[in-house]
Design a protein around this ligand. Sequence first.
Ligand code: PEP
Length: 250
Amino acid sequence: MGCAVKKRIFGNWKMNGSLEANAALLQALKSGASQAACEVAVCAPAPYLSQLHSVLAGSAIAIGAQDVSAHASGAFTGEVSGAMLREFGVRYALVGHSERRQYHGESDDLVARKAQAALACGITPVVCVGETLAQREAGETDAVVRRQLAAVAHINGHCLSEIVLAYEPVWAIGTGKTATPAQAQAVHAVLRAQLLAATTSAARIPILYGGSMNAANAAELLAQPDIDGGLIGGASLKAADFLHIVACAG
Ligand code: PEP
């Protein structure tokens, strides 16, 4: 039982790009995705949001950030607030990406507060959850993703239906090891049930799959009943691959 709205294909460039490379990639995406049947967004490094804001003006491609501060303003060196992101036309912000949890020590509580800060600025948080390989092998997958989502629901209950959720098994990110469609669907169904129990508007919350989704495996993953789109890392840096995935979501 998937989300009622159209599918979403979001790219996460991670810490990649240059003004020159971005210009070529964005031009290709702009023309290639102009008739897309799904919603397309690109989550770029913060210094390039200004470039995206001007190049993507008037296009069908939404702008996303890869992180957002939990704070509104003040002495938080290096952080970028939701209000600042809004000035560059940002519609989405990843929160709780596993690389932030793993390398920057982000806790479930901090991720929840980042989601809250984004929502307060009119930015849709793309809340990333997912288990490590050790957690999967220990049979803890459902408990881990449920705990990560519960933290976000706990302080954002009243506007939970405004989030986008992304299931990204850590062992599948950037490794070339994709979850099988059945493995991904099973976790998406767990998350869907949790959302249904948490809010009467759960049906409108998209649940994206992320983890080595590419041009070859996208169609099968996107055909699963509870997979409402994809969060694409490596393959979002190649226009042809990303556009092929966009076409699969049509
Ligand atoms: C990601 O960074 O969110 C991601 C899914 O990466 P990749 O597609 O490269 O596994």
